[in-house]
Design a protein around this ligand. Structure first.
Ligand code: F6P
Length: 504
């Protein structure tokens, strides 16, 4: 198949420029690139279609075409949309309608052939896919990545969705355009692709998407999880930070852990220091269960200081508050000598640390209140670390299936349950070995980009075979703004309130 990936926000180049350093260059770009490369390796012709940016501050994105070394079946195609300058994703909407979609159609007609199918990413890509399908009949899939309704839920908090609360958010984020674009995309997509069942039922079940999509419609949805980068994280991989990272961990263990405890395994917490990740719950479990203290030490990865628990003045805001709480608990419960904090930079050091700690029969713990997908535990599992992870969210699907456990699920609100989960892995060498093998086996069998790509290819084959006009549910009309994006047609705050509350 000749498949195009529509991803207007951010951009793509051989060097993966700006990844993780700008909000429009986040995990979505990794997902699109890895899926595209894996589909191409399976024999498909792939174009990643994005915006052309001719801006001295963004020099990597000015040529019309680009490629990835060693992947001749993949083109990066940059198509003009909204002038030369870099634009944040929130500003793209009118230009997608006016320029990007007509330019994409003209580009492929100029090449003499339209693509067989399109996969679209985020609401902006989704809107473009729906408009392209309306013009050409090329069917498309929609992957939301992050949906506007849930972002608006978070930004509104307890405030009612009225003019006063919505107007400033609309001005900054253009939520009406986003929600209307997402509605059109999910309604007209041949398939909506989610990473988990929870994403399908919870996120697409929001009132804002009422009458656009039915989360119970099996023909409409396909759950295709993303993959772990095995070249980086697999137990058998090695990188140029391998030995230095192992040496570094030995140094911090010698620095922070009492001499008589240095041979014990480490319970590793490796996530952003953020209230949601709930680091303190593991420390409470550790403090409240002396039998756990007899089995292991705790290691906390914190970037920004050599020893974050001792250098808390280097932090501010939420991170400072959480580090203060952790240090206070160490004081109260006498945990110094059993807890260490240290930084790891980048994926190479993280993967090397996972492998080093696997050699020490350690485990990975994530007591987050909720984890939408949970890629980090899967990366640790690929390296061989058993995972003890929140039962809320994606891990409930990735660590457990049909009675088989590939790690231990815990209740993040209950320190006793966290202690139970950790003990279950550390109670015997056999138990540790069983979870280590089961966890890695699960990742290799299910969470690889090859599988993600095969899932996309199967879905695209299905919607291409169905042909045009095959639509489940009622086809939504294209809103006037997406036919003619003039100010006179623009959505109002009242429209946003109506869409958000399911009255549209
Ligand atoms: O890259 C990960 C991601 O979730 C993207 O899908 C998106 O670009 C961004 O982060 C979140 O966007 P938003 O805050 O607009 O929902």
């Amino acid at each position: 198949m000749h498949i195009i990936f529509l991803n207007p926000q951010g951009n793509f180049d051989t060097a993966d420029s700006h990844w993780t350093q700008h909000p429009d260059f986040g995990g979505q770009l990794v997902y699109v690139k890895e899926t595209a490369l894996a589909m191409a390796a399976q024999g498909h012709r792939i174009d990643i279609v994005t915006r052309r940016i001719v801006d001295p501050a963004w020099p990597q994105f000015s040529s019309e075409f680009d490629s990835y070394d060693g992947h001749p079946n993949v083109r990066i195609v940059r198509i003009a949309c909204g002038g030369d300058a870099f634009l944040a994703k929130e500003e793209l909407w009118p230009y997608l309608v006016r320029e990007w979609v007509p330019n994409i159609e003209a580009f492929y007609r100029g090449e003499g052939r339209l693509p067989d199918g399109t996969t679209t990413h985020y609401g902006d890509g989704g809107l473009a896919g729906a408009l392209l399908e309306a013009r050409t009949g090329v069917p498309f899939t929609f992957t939301g990545h992050s949906l506007g309704a849930q972002k608006l839920d978070k930004l509104l908090g307890d405030k009612p969705p009225d003019d006063a609360s919505l107007a400033p958010l609309e001005e900054r984020f253009h939520f009406a355009q986003r929600l209307a674009g997402e509605r059109l995309a999910m309604n007209r997509a041949g398939k909506v692709i989610t990473s988990t069942r929870e994403e399908r039922f919870e996120q697409y079940g929001h009132p804002a998407y009422r009458a656009a999509v039915d989360p119970d419609d099996d023909r409409k949805f396909s759950v295709i999880p993303p993959g772990v980068n095995l070249a980086v994280f697999d137990a058998t991989s090695r990188n140029d930070r391998e030995q230095a990272t192992a040496d570094f961990l030995e140094t911090v263990i010698a620095r922070d852990i009492s001499a008589d405890r240095r041979g014990l395994p480490i319970i590793l917490l490796s996530s952003r220091v953020d209230h949601k990740k709930n680091h303190i719950a593991l420390l409470r479990a550790f403090a409240g269960h002396p039998e756990l203290q007899a089995m292991a030490n705790v290691g906390i990865v914190v970037r920004g200081a050599d020893n974050a628990l001792q250098q808390r003045s280097r932090f501010s805001g939420e991170a400072r508050e959480l580090l203060d709480q952790m240090a206070a608990l160490c004081d109260e419960a006498g945990l110094w000598g059993k807890v260490t904090a240290f930084p790891l930079e980048g994926q190479a050091e993280l993967a090397a640390a996972y492998r080093y700690l696997t050699g020490r029969h350690s485990l990975f713990c994530l007591p987050a209140f909720h984890e939408p997908f949970g890629l980090a535990p899967l990366e640790a599992m690929a390296a061989g670390l058993p995972a003890v992870v929140t039962k809320n969210g994606g891990p409930s699907e990735s660590l457990y299936e049909n009675g088989a456990s590939f790690g231990v699920l815990i209740d993040p609100a209950d320190p006793d349950d966290i202690a139970r989960g950790v003990s279950q892995v550390l109670e015997s060498p056999q138990a540790w070995q069983r979870y280590s093998e089961a966890g890695r086996g699960r990742v290799l069998a299910r969470y690889t980009w090859d599988r993600t790509a095969a899932g996309y290819a199967a879905v695209l084959e299905e919607i291409i075979a169905r042909g045009p006009g095959d639509q489940t549910g009622q086809r939504l009309p294209i809103p006037p703004y997406f036919r003619q994006p003039d100010p006179a047609n623009d959505f109002t705050t009242a429209d946003l309130a109506a869409i958000y509350t399911g009255r549209m």
